[in-house]
Design a protein around this ligand. Structure first.
Ligand code: ADP
Ligand code: ZN
Ligand code: ZN
Length: 750
């Protein structure tokens, strides 16, 4: 290995460089620099930090021409080898700036050179005979001295103190550890600092239920995979309330009891307090395994603490949103991706990765088990099952044979004609709500926010109020009588009359959460009503308070967006209403039907989780639409068969990968000109690698006064195409005011 002998390494710099750079290791660091080590490097007359990516260079420059690293920041690497491999893969697959990946993987304080708050402790690993000790005293007196010192102590001693007291060098200490006589362990100092209180307010029963036959079968198939210590992916498809979480827990427990680590991903931690609480109660309290909760609300310091706890192996279970997939869990055995179909797993800023797909790739690197779970798996995962790449496990029954709720589809055209409803709520829904209120049972009303739900539309002339800077409609906010743009923040007083026809009815159109809340107040004046939407979400405590009050029965009707549809389990909810089922059907996205179906199933899963059967009312203007009927019959397979066929005929994902290339700039003609030129350039240079569609204006044509154009690329092989695209993109003469976004496996197509 000539490169090794020459002490050349490849470093990922944190200084706005896209490429790895080669450096030489000075002799004093030889042997200590490893893959994942944080080092200080000279770049263009400055000093910067970087992470070692490989112990050999690839620049081909003779070592004498290379600069030397100037410092090794920590003794321990800040990334494991597989995380470095994962970072390189993400860079190539997602065309992501490697610096953004480092920022996601390594907490800020560590990237700036702060040492992990870890203290290493030394203790005697085994008793040795006095003969052996004498032998060592002759060969290596310092080692023998250190061993003797430690053998006299009652408990593990701080390494730094021991070394300074005995005057023994770190190298001698390392040799003793290698010899197996002394044990070195990392320990945290302030044990309670990273305690997170999320989920703490939820009381959870700790008693494990006896798994039913279906659950047992799924769990034992996963346990088999776990025990092989080979890479496997299982797709656990179970109707809502079928007990998927219990299956995860059973398998997790074995992974943890065996000394391994695990990661559990949820789409959004704040929305999964019950799941977090349950995992903690069951795995932390029972098995004594520390859990770290990893989420986007953590401050930099808290994230650093969480990271420390994981790096040192003190916490072996990490529960969190998508970025938790990068937690440096040692000996990772299992990753769970709950609600794997959720679009929230896709990060909509650089690095634009998909948390589920990264989880699968990381499991492959670690030869670990990956479990994807959902009541309505994505078409991507289902296709991997039919291709034989994933193992499918299904749970068809709700636990204790609780019945699935009865779903009523209400035709809103008829309702409006008959004038029996009230303020956007149909008569059947209103009657059932009154009935529940009288029986002291609870109702949840969902608003479908994927559509343009709270737009201000004039019922007389059809005029829609739009933002002047963005091509979206403005949303009406009742609390301060304003209309706002959710893209650019533009805000002005709500007009009293339609600007087009002067009609005074304009303010009353749209089904925003506030509007539905008002309608419910009119129908049930004595009921206690609460609203949960993005406004409530921004105040985390408020959100938790509402959930607690709802659980305690202090709230009769909860109104919210589908954000709250996930994972909530309230036994006293026997009625769920979906106010505007079709809105998500009419968005310009080939996944519109999949999303609507998933929404309908998730939403109805919230009803009837206790002993009483639940009911669901779905209000729609298109009651006969296939998607709605499949959902009504809970016919998942029927829906998937039809949807898969339609995707196949267009060769949309999951049959090919979709790369979404977005361009924006102040001048639409210029954008059109350059994007057309770019596409012609691509057709010339990459004739067969892909299918190109576009350029054309994006569905959102304008945001913050910038016009948007898009090009779609369809390909079977992302890893082959993306590097070529990147290379061409770099050499293309783009004008300065055109900004591009390349989104691989795009989820948001607006
Ligand atoms: P899912 O994740 O599939 O929606 P959960 O795992 O949340 O379902 O289970 C729903 C409810 O049923 C939970 O309250 C859970 O404690 C309970 N449960 C799960 N499995 C069993 C079982 N085998 N016996 C009794 N109750 C169970
Ligand atoms: Zn009008
Ligand atoms: Zn705007």
């Amino acid at each position: 290995m000539p490169a090794q002998r020459d002490n050349v390494i490849s470093v990922i710099p944190f200084a706005g460089f896209e490429k790895e750079l080669d450096y030489r290791i000075p002799d004093r660091f030889t042997g200590d620099v490893r893959i994942g080590s944080l080092v200080r490097i000279p770049i263009r007359n400055r000093q910067s930090l970087g992470v070692v990516a490989a112990l050999e260079g690839d620049s081909g420059l003779p070592p004498s021409r290379l600069k030397q690293i100037t410092q090794l920041i920590h003794d321990e690497p800040v990334l494991t080898e597989e995380l470095v491999a994962l970072a390189r893969w993400m860079r190539d697959y997602y065309a992501a700036p490697v610096e953004s990946i480092m920022e996601t993987m390594i907490p800020g304080p560590v990237r700036r050179g702060m040492k992990p708050k870890v203290e290493n402790y030394l203790s005697v690993a085994r008793k040795v005979s006095s003969g052996d000790l004498e032998d060592l005293r002759k060969k290596a007196p310092k080692q023998a001295e250190l061993y003797t010192f430690l053998a006299q102590q009652f408990k593990p001693q701080k390494k730094s103190l021991v070394l300074s007291r005995t005057g023994v060098a770190a190298a001698s200490c390392r040799a003793l550890v290698t010899r197996g006589w002394v044990k070195e362990e990392a320990r945290r100092l302030d044990r309670e600092a990273y305690r997170d209180d999320l989920g703490g307010g939820e009381t959870v029963s700790v008693l494990p239920p006896e798994l039913n036959e279906e659950q047992e079968a799924a769990a034992s198939a996963m346990l088999d995979s776990l025990r092989t210590k080979a890479f496997r992916v299982h797709l656990l498809q179970g109707v809502t309330g079928s007990g998927k979480t219990e299956v995860y827990i059973k398998v997790l427990r074995e992974a943890l009891n065996d000394g391994g680590g695990a990661i559990f991903l949820v789409p959004e931690v704040a929305l999964a307090p019950q799941t977090v609480g349950r995992l903690r109660a069951r795995l932390e309290k029972e098995s004594g395994v520390r859990t770290v909760v990893w989420h986007s609300h953590l401050s930099e310091g808290e994230r650093f603490d969480a990271w420390n706890a994981v790096v040192t192996g003190e916490a072996r279970l990490v529960v969190g949103a998508r970025s938790a997939v990068f937690a440096p869990v040692p000996d990772l055995r299992m990753i769970v991706v709950d609600e794997e179909h959720e679009p929230a797993y896709k990060q909509e800023e650089v690095p634009r990765y998909h948390g589920r797909d990264v989880a699968v790739y990381r499991a492959w690197l670690n030869r670990a088990l990956c479990v994807l779970g959902s009541a309505t798996p994505s078409l991507e995962s289902l296709r991997n099952v039919s291709e034989g790449k994933y193992v499918a496990n299904r749970l068809l029954k709700r636990v204790d044979d609780r019945r699935l709720p009865m779903i009523h589809v209400v035709d809103m055209c008829r309702e409006i004609l008959s004038k029996r409803g009230a303020f956007g709520l149909s008569r059947p829904l209103v009657d059932k709500m009154i009935d529940r209120f009288e029986k002291k049972e609870q109702t949840i009303l969902f608003i479908n926010r994927r559509g343009y739900s709270s737009s201000v539309l004039c019922p007389d002339c059809g005029h829609v109020l739009e933002c002047e800077h963005c091509s979206v409609s403005l949303t009406y906010h009742r609390s301060d009588e304003t209309v706002k743009c959710h893209l650019c923040g533009h805000q002005r007083p709500a007009p009293k009359k339609c600007p087009s026809c002067r009609s005074v009815k304009i303010r009353w159109k749209g089904f925003g959460t506030q509007r539905v809340e008002d309608a419910v107040r009119k129908v049930l004046p004595k009921a206690s009503i609460e609203r949960m939407d993005t406004d409530a979400m921004s105040k985390r405590n408020r959100f938790r308070e509402i959930l607690r009050d709802f659980r305690l029965g202090k709230i009769d009707v909860l109104v919210g967006t589908q954000m709250i549809a996930k994972g909530l389990d309230f036994p006293n909810v026997t009625l769920v209403g979906l106010v505007d089922a079709d809105l998500s059907l009419h968005v310009p996205d080939f996944r519109a039907h999949e999303r609507t179906f998933q929404l309908l199933v998730q939403v109805s899963g919230r009803s009837g989780r206790g002993d009483r059967a639940g009911e669901v009312v779905v209000q729609t203007f298109t009651p006969h639409a296939g998607t709605i009927q499949y959902a009504r019959r809970e016919d998942f397979d029927g829906f998937i068969e039809e949807e898969m066929e339609s995707r196949r005929s267009f060769q949309y994902p999951p049959f090919r990968h979709l790369i979404h290339h977005l361009f924006h700039g102040p001048n639409p003609e210029k954008l059109e000109f350059y994007t057309e030129r770019w596409v012609r350039h691509l057709e010339e240079k990459l004739p067969e690698a892909m299918e190109i569609r576009g350029p054309c204006p994006a569905p959102l044509e304008k945001v913050k006064d910038r016009y948007r154009y898009q090009v779609w690329y369809f390909t079977h092989n992302v890893t082959r195409l993306v590097p070529k695209l990147q290379a061409l993109r770099r050499e293309f003469p783009w004008p300065d005011d055109v900004v591009q976004v390349l989104d691989v496996d795009a989820v948001n197509l607006t």
